[in-house]
Design a protein around this ligand. Structure first.
Ligand SMILES: [Zn+2]
Length: 269
């Protein structure tokens, strides 16, 4: 599933190719995505894409008087292709931009294409999203404050998109290892120093993933159809029973909120 780093790399890949371009039309081959593609998208022609932003895992194409909201769902990918490139199976939506097009391929159809002219921050899909982990808003003191009311485990706190958006299971596991914090520790028991370390490690973990994806950027938005999920070397994620890369102890796996948690019992006390 595309996580925040894949979505951010997608944004960085498509933004320079879209910004300032005039929309010449759309092509909807399959409107039955996670939600039906609204008919209003057929009236987008003539608008200019001013900027491509991201909120959580949503990509927002700012068209001046409204936003096209795109989500990659479970299996989606976006590519910029020359005008007239034949569509293949699962290529459900094109945004036409003169000599090029932005194409959504989504085999499982959990992705989304939506249009809104209302205030974007107040959109029902976005209004409840928590702080952006890569933004300056995620400061140690802010994380410390956010965690005070939460007796639940810090791992589950990190997975709650209403608090911090888009960390996801892989990056929650990896960030907690790097910060040497036990994933079961109650969130409100973290010290300010631990919050300082954790906020730094969340940013580093996500930035490292974005860098790993950045090197495969051409493939990601290229014509080969590769979804481009990043190959990474993890500290703990999906490594149950294997030796900790730092201390050699065996990585443990537990279940928290129906998601798998991996941690080193020695490094993360
Ligand atoms: Zn260890």
């Amino acid at each position: 599933m595309p996580e925040l780093p894949e979505v951010e790399v997608t944004r960085r890949g498509i933004a320079p190719q879209l910004a300032g371009r005039v929309i010449s039309g759309v092509s909807v081959r399959e409107p039955r995505l996670r939600w039906p593609v609204p008919k209003e998208v057929h009236r987008l022609a003539g608008r200019t894409v001013r900027a491509v932003r991201r909120r959580g895992k949503y990509l927002l194409l700012d068209c001046g008087d409204g936003h096209l909201i795109l989500h990659l769902g479970m299996s989606g990918s976006l590519r910029v292709l020359p005008h007239g490139t034949p569509a293949q199976k699962h290529d459900h939506f094109d945004l036409l931009l003169g000599d090029r097009l932005l194409r959504l391929r989504d085999p499982r159809r959990f992705g989304a294409v939506l249009w809104t002219t209302a205030d974007i921050d107040g959109h029902p899909l976005l209004a409840h999203l928590g702080v952006e982990p890569l933004s300056r808003a995620l400061q140690p003191a802010h994380l410390h404050r956010l965690t005070r009311a939460h007796r639940a485990a810090i791992k589950q706190f990190l997975m709650d998109g209403r608090r911090i958006v888009g960390v996801g299971n892989i990056y929650a596991n990896e960030s907690l290892f790097r910060a040497r914090i036990n994933p079961r520790r109650p969130a409100n028991r973290l010290s300010l120093a631990q919050c300082e370390n954790l906020s730094r490690q969340i940013k580093r973990t996500l930035q490292a993933a974005i860098r790993a994806g950045g090197s495969s950027l051409r493939d990601y938005v290229g014509a080969d159809g590769a979804a481009g999920y990043f190959q990474q070397r993890y500290w703990v994620y999906d490594r149950a029973g294997q030796k900790c890369r730092r201390c050699g102890a065996l990585i443990r796996k537990i279940s928290q909120g129906q998601r798998s948690t991996y941690y080193c019992p020695t490094c993360q006390r």
